[in-house]
Design a protein around this ligand. Structure first.
Ligand SMILES: *Cc1c(COP(=O)(O)O)cnc(C)c1O
Length: 407
């Protein structure tokens, strides 16, 4: 039988991943055991419902797997309760909102142009259609403006305040958010999708003590399979969350993914994972320094995480153009809004730089800052073709030295 051409394309994609330097802050390379579990026969099983309360027969092993995943998640995130079934971060958020809000209730969250996520009530999300969405942003210096957030909370009396970002490079003060939420007895949700890996290794504060609900993806810094998770310390809320996820907003769980989540949680409890997260921080700082040296403007002017956003307005290049040109040199980034961007979401005025993927390959500070140098050179000489090809050669050399999925 002829092999499906899809496998040929997968092979090509594997080669692409090997031959490019990936600086997309939300991506990572999972370990082989996670790939193995994801591609297993668990995909064959329907398991609607929860542990020992399923709507289908034949769930005795499924129950074991989900039970282990939950146990490990609780230990890892220091949470009392965990739901490991969300198919993605967006699904986790939707289920979380639906567990505590009614149609038309007010949400206060970060604007997308300032680093909030689409699923936090942006105009293009269904959450915006269901709820009344108000927004806060960063101040001129690129900091969270807690005084202003407090003012907005007093003005709008939101039923829910969301903290959690896709491109904010500094540490968020969860306690301050909780205090603001307490003014009108608002719920407080922390979305740690980007920084989960840093949080579970104590390199970023854990919001679980302060937030009513914590949501996350499992595939970003956490380096697990593509998926979501919901955590809480409140039993009543946990029950509401479970019902809101299934049957209200999702059907059967992806048990192959849940098994891979369980493996990821165990890996993240290992001391090696902390070393990896520490190296992410070091690599990000070394890249940041290089861009500063070359006088690039950086949103918030500091990084305490795995990422930062370059503002390209001064050098008059759109995020889209920078992304395209860098891709020609085998460097993969994503265009990103800068605060109050005048350009639309397809063009934007910035690019986001993140290091989880290159760090996973084994790259350290020296090579990180060298990569930053190459990016600066390319962006500054964006009109000169010869630079692109020169840089591409150098990038390929680095990729060869740090292989993915050896053998
Ligand atoms: C990535 C992200 C999500 C959504 O993740 P998906 O799995 O793509 O739905 C949610 N919130 C934040 C803050 C994110 O960065």
């Amino acid at each position: 039988m002829k092999k499906d051409k899809i496998f040929k394309i997968i092979k090509k994609e594997k080669k692409r991943q090997q031959n490019t330097l990936n600086l997309i802050a939300s991506e990572n390379y999972v370990n082989k055991n996670i790939l193995k579990a994801q591609g297993s026969i668990l995909t064959n099983k329907y398991a609607e419902g929860y542990y020992k309360k399923r709507y289908y027969g034949g769930c005795k092993y499924i129950d074991k797997i989900e039970h282990i995943a939950i146990k490990r998640a609780k230990k890892l995130f220091k949470a009392k309760y965990a739901n490991v079934q969300p198919h993605s971060g967006t699904q986790a958020n939707l289920a979380a909102y639906n567990s505590i809000l009614n149609i038309g209730d007010t949400i206060l969250s970060m604007k997308t142009t300032h680093g909030g996520h689409i699923s936090h009530g942006s105009k293009s999300s269904i959450s915006n259609k269901i709820y009344n969405c108000k927004y806060y942003g960063l101040n001129k210096k690129g900091n969270l403006d807690y005084k202003n957030i407090k003012k907005l909370a007093i003005k709008y009396k939101p039923k829910l305040i969301i903290a959690g970002f896709s491109s904010f490079s500094k540490i968020c003060n969860w306690k301050k958010f909780k205090k603001i939420a307490d003014i009108n007895k608002s719920y407080f949700l922390a979305d740690i999708s980007h920084i989960a890996g840093l949080i579970v290794t104590n390199l970023y504060p854990n919001p679980i003590k302060y937030a009513h609900i914590v949501t996350s993806t499992t595939h970003k810094t956490l380096c697990g399979p593509r998926g979501g998770i919901i955590l809480s310390n409140n039993k009543l809320l946990y029950k509401k969350i479970n019902y809101s996820l299934f049957p209200q907003t999702q059907g059967g769980p992806l048990m192959h993914i849940i098994s891979a989540k369980a493996i990821c949680f165990k890996e993240a409890l290992n001391i090696k994972f902390k070393k990896y997260q520490l190296q992410i921080l070091k690599n990000t700082k070394s890249m940041f320094k290089e861009f500063k040296k070359k006088k690039f403007e950086i949103i918030s002017n500091k990084t305490q995480t795995h990422l930062f956003v370059l503002n390209l307005k001064k050098i008059k290049i759109s995020g889209l153009k920078a992304q395209k040109k860098l891709e020609k040199a085998n460097i993969i980034v994503n265009k990103n809004y800068i605060p109050d961007d005048k350009k639309n979401s397809f063009k934007t005025s910035g690019i986001r730089i993140g290091t989880p993927s290159i760090t996973k390959r084994g790259i350290k500070e020296k090579t990180s800052s060298y990569i930053a140098k190459l990016i600066c050179k390319l962006l500054i000489n964006i009109k000169k073709k010869k630079y692109i090809y020169k840089i591409k050669k150098k990038v390929k050399k680095i990729c060869k030295k740090y292989p993915l999925y050896k053998k």
